[in-house]
Design a protein around this ligand. Structure first.
Ligand code: ADP
Ligand code: MG
Length: 694
């Protein structure tokens, strides 16, 4: 058989199983099945005996005979089937709740069976529910030393496609598959001593030895990572070669007079470095596509503003897009304040601007009178036309979909330079992989004079002390946040949590002496804005909120962040929330309230938060605890497509593939010597178009 053949023609499949395979696992061809990898193997030589079972045995293989079959009905239509299984060292009860008829017909006394599964103790006796079962034929065990174990779904099991059935299919398949094409260049195979694709695909299902299994996995992981690198790096090469960029050749009056006369404080070294990097990009003749990572409070806004001035100095307009109206408005005010006394048209374009005013604004943007536009999604509407948009800055980039971002990209020809900013740091290893298509800048230095936020973990019994502390802070003129988690499944419940919380807070902090704001997702934009503004202007002391305040809000006078049910937040979210305080000159505090006995990764997260304020360390911990799939902003990045390799655990392979691809592209940018790789690129071109500005 060949890998493109329809799975229905594989011996043992047939139309109905083919349907199940397609629906449950997306397997349509024999090639798809070949690439459905087992998640583990059972070593047949390591057979267990019932006498030696213990709580930690896990998945075991036993060999023995059955007796004493009994059925009992449960409810009207269901029954429970139990069978005694013994192997000469002891006995164990097998239990079925489903497919009982089929099992009853199949099991025979005095026949040797192999059973596989996870034994548990029930009423003092060993038991195994829904074991995998097959007749033990002598030839069977001599054939394959390792049995593959596949994950299967309930639907598959009830169609007779449990892991053993799957294993029989793959066994048939590896016996008859021909002509599996090699995908990696020969020189790469020899350089890294990799198995051929054909050998690897056979061995990952049915290895002769653990060493061979390991080699197979390495080869297939290498391939996965190699092609991911190739996609990213190739599109970057193409961009650098072909994408025409505006040339912003000089730094002019606006930049210089801002730098010399308006800068409110000296730039940090990191800010200077990033501005230099952006300047180099913008005069290179290629379109800039740069990611700026900087921890919360590191001063990205100022960097954005100064880069925008360079665009203006070269006769272009610049735009800044933020994910919320609150943020856009805040940026707008910052810009007005910083640019005071300079004659620069700055405009705020957000949804809540009245239609008549919006129309005039758009006219000014189209005529080029407005130089800097700050806004929300409203910026990307089709009727917002620029005279000459030269630079786009996107704040908190993970909040925008790829499609939205690429719309801004298309607002001018040649396309504007793009700077995307994020305060959700991505560990270096990951950034180089995921953002292979982007150049990265990092602000790794906070402005001087900041006191790191002090973080404490507290539980319910100590709430009075926590509130007492809040009172002291408020009485000293500060403000505080109290944040509740938001769980999407039940927004109603969240609001109730929040309202209960509010009630408790207000009874402890009575009006009129203390004023409280409340913000949550069910308020309208205006209501939210109103509450936020009151807090920002110092008219309220306490902000009780769900995580809607998480991003970017800047209230320097707020010094305490209390996070309720902190164990329910992810690390990067906790870090973002904590970043809302510690923005002024005063010492700030973050208090993580949790239930009593935390364990496992919740405890680990809380401990991490209490031990460091370094966003990169936190991101590394987050990655370790949750894996890259759950990390904010990576959902659309394609990272989730990895079947075998792990960005975290296979770092050496990640580095090896990155370097190999780099070398190949450096020596042969068009891949003329590598027709196979060219074919792959052709194939994934569509996908890459979307990934262009991530
Ligand atoms: P973020 O990177 O989180 O967007 P901001 O741009 O909001 O951070 O900056 C946080 C605060 O730091 C702002 O109040 C800003 O005015 C201030 N800031 C920025 N750069 C400097 C600097 N070089 N020195 C002192 N304060 C700075
Ligand atoms: Mg910001």
């Amino acid at each position: 058989m060949f890998s493109g053949d329809d799975i229905v023609y594989l011996k043992g499949v047939g139309p109905s199983r083919a349907k199940v395979l397609a629906a449950e696992l997306g397997i349509h061809t024999v090639g798809d099945l070949l690439e459905y990898f087992p998640f583990r193997h059972i070593d047949r030589s390591q057979q267990s005996t019932i006498a030696t079972l213990n709580e930690d045995s896990g998945y075991v293989v036993l060999r023995g005979t059955v007796s004493n079959m009994q059925t009992a009905s449960i409810g009207k239509y269901r029954e429970r089937l139990t069978v005694d299984f013994s192997d000469g060292t002891g006995s164990l009860q097998l239990v079925w709740f489903q497919g009982t008829k089929w099992v009853r017909d199949k099991l025979k006394p005095n026949v040797k069976y192999i059973i596989m599964g996870r034994p548990t103790v029930f009423n003092g006796q060993w038991q195994m529910t829904h074991p995998e079962l097959e007749t033990d034929m002598a030839s069977d065990s001599s054939r394959q030393p390792y049995l593959p174990v596949y994950s299967t779904t309930e639907k598959m099991k009830s169609s007779g496609l449990g892991t053993r059935a799957m294993a029989r299919l793959t066994e048939t398949l590896v016996g008859c598959i021909a002509g599996i094409e090699e995908t990696l260049p020969q020189e790469v195979l020899s350089q890294y001593h990799l198995l051929s694709r054909h050998e690897a695909l056979k061995a990952i299902h049915y290895p002769d030895s653990l060493a061979q299994l390991d080699a197979a996995r390495t080869r297939l992981k290498f391939e996965e990572l190699f092609f991911m690198q190739l996609d990213y790096q190739y599109s970057r090469t193409v961009r650098q070669q072909h994408s025409e960029g505006r040339i912003f050749g000089h730094v002019g009056n606006l930049f210089n007079s801002f730098y010399n006369e308006h800068l409110p404080f000296p730039l940090t070294g990191a800010q200077k470095r990033v501005i230099r990097e952006v300047r180099e990009d913008m005069r290179s003749g290629h379109q800039m596509n740069r990611l700026l990572q900087g921890d919360v409070g590191s001063g990205k806004t100022l960097v954005a503003l100064m880069c925008m001035l360079i665009a203006l100095d070269n006769g272009s307009q610049a735009a800044l897009m933020a994910p919320t109206e609150i943020l856009a408005t805040q940026h707008y005010n910052t810009f007005l304040r910083m640019l005071e006394g300079m004659d620069i048209g700055v405009e705020l374009l957000i949804g809540s601007v009245r239609a008549a005013e919006k129309k005039k604004m758009k006219a000014r943007i189209a005529s080029g009178e407005t130089k800097i536009v700050i806004g929300t999604h409203a910026l990307i509407e089709d009727d917002v036309l620029f005279a000459d948009l030269g630079l786009v800055v996107i704040d908190e980039q993970h909040r925008f979909g790829v499609e939205q971002r690429s719309k801004l990209w298309n607002k001018s020809v040649p396309p504007p330079h793009v700077l995307v900013m994020t305060a959700t740091p991505i560990p270096r290893t990951l950034a180089m992989t995921v953002y292979g298509d982007l150049d990265c800048s990092v602000i790794d230095e906070l402005p001087p004079g900041r006191h790191p936020v002090r973080t404490f973990h507290r539980t319910e019994p100590r709430r009075p002390l926590v509130f007492h502390f809040l009172k002291q802070q408020i009485d000293a003129g500060r403000q505080v946040y109290i944040v509740y988690p938001l769980i999407h499944e039940s927004e109603k419940l969240d609001i109730r949590d929040l309202e209960d919380g509010l009630e408790m807070v207000q009874s402890y902090f009575p009006r009129p002496q203390y004023a409280t704001s409340m913000v949550h997702g069910q308020l309208s934009a205006e209501e939210k804005d109103f509450e936020m503004r009151r807090f920002k202007e110092g008219k309220t002391h306490i902000m009780v909120a769900t995580t809607v305040i998480e991003v970017g809000v800047d209230v320097p006078n707020a010094t305490v962040m209390v996070i309720e049910n902190a164990e329910r937040f992810g690390l990067s979210q906790l870090h973002q929330l904590r970043g809302r305080v510690g923005r002024g000159a005063e010492q700030s505090y973050c208090i993580l309230m949790t239930k009593d006995n935390l364990s496992g990764s919740s405890l680990e997260r809380i401990r991490t938060m209490c031990s460091t304020t370094d966003g990169f360390l936190i991101a590394e911990a987050d990655l370790r605890l949750r894996g890259p799939g759950d990390m904010q902003g990576l959902q659309q990045s394609g990272m989730l497509d990895l079947k075998l390799a792990s960005i975290v655990d296979d770092e050496p392979l990640v580095a090896a593939t990155r370097n190999t691809v780099q070398d190949i592209l450096a020596a042969d940018p068009t891949l003329s010597r590598f027709p196979l790789l060219q074919r792959h690129i052709e194939h994934s071109k569509n996908k890459m178009l979307w990934g262009k500005i991530s």
